[in-house]
Design a binder for this molecule. Structure first.
Ligand code: DQA
Length: 150
C-alpha cells in the first residue's frame, strides 16, 4: 500500500443527478462538488480518495472486488441499491475491508422501504442525514478506523 492510504468512495444509482435531484432532500451540491469536498478533506488527513459513481449494480460489485488489497477502506453511498442488493452485501463482505455506509438524507425518517439496509450488516458504522457533510464525517471516521487498525 502507498504511503498515503487510499479510500474508495462509491456512489450508487442516481447520485450523478445531485444538484437537480430533489434538492429539498439531497441538497444543491453536485456530485462533482462533493468529490472536491472529499479530496480536500482526504488531503488534510494524509489520505487519497478514489471517488466513483455508477448506475449499474454489477459495476459497483466489480469496483468493490478491485479494492481488495488496494484500498484501505470503503465508504459507500449505495443509494437505491442499499435497500435491495445482496450482491453488494456479498462483495463488501468478501473485501474484508472496513466499510462505512453513508447517506445524504436520514433514511430512517423517510419511507419504510428505506429503513432496511443490506450494507448496514457489513458496515462498521453508518452516517446519514447531514447532506454533503455526511461524506466529510465518513472520511474522518474512516481515518480513525484505519489508524486504529495499525
Ligand atoms: C440515499 C438514500 C436512498 O434511500 C436513496 O435511494 C438514494 C440516496 C441518500 O444519500 O440519502 O438514492 O442513499
Amino acid at each position: 500500500m502507498s504511503e498515503s492510504p487510499e479510500i474508495l468512495i462509491l456512489n450508487g444509482p442516481n447520485l450523478n443527478m445531485l444538484g437537480v435531484r430533489e434538492p429539498d432532500i439531497y441538497g444543491n451540491e453536485t456530485l462533482a462538488d462533493i468529490e472536491e469536498l472529499c479530496n480536500q478533506r482526504a488531503i488534510s488527513l494524509g489520505l487519497t480518495v478514489n471517488f466513483k459513481q455508477s448506475n449499474l449494480e454489477g459495476e459497483i460489485v466489480t469496483d468493490i472486488q478491485s479494492a481488495r488489497g488496494v484500498a484501505a477502506g470503503i465508504i459507500i453511498n449505495g443509494a437505491g441499491y442499499t435497500h435491495t442488493s445482496v450482491a453488494i452485501f456479498d462483495a463488501l463482505k468478501i473485501s474484508e475491508l472496513p466499510v462505512i455506509e453513508l447517506h445524504l438524507s436520514n433514511i430512517h425518517a423517510r419511507e419504510a422501504f428505506r429503513h432496511h439496509s443490506y450494507i448496514a450488516k457489513v458496515a462498521t458504522g453508518i452516517i446519514c442525514g447531514f447532506g454533503a457533510h455526511s461524506y466529510v464525517l465518513a472520511i474522518d471516521a474512516m481515518a480513525r478506523l484505519i489508524e486504529c487498525a495499525d
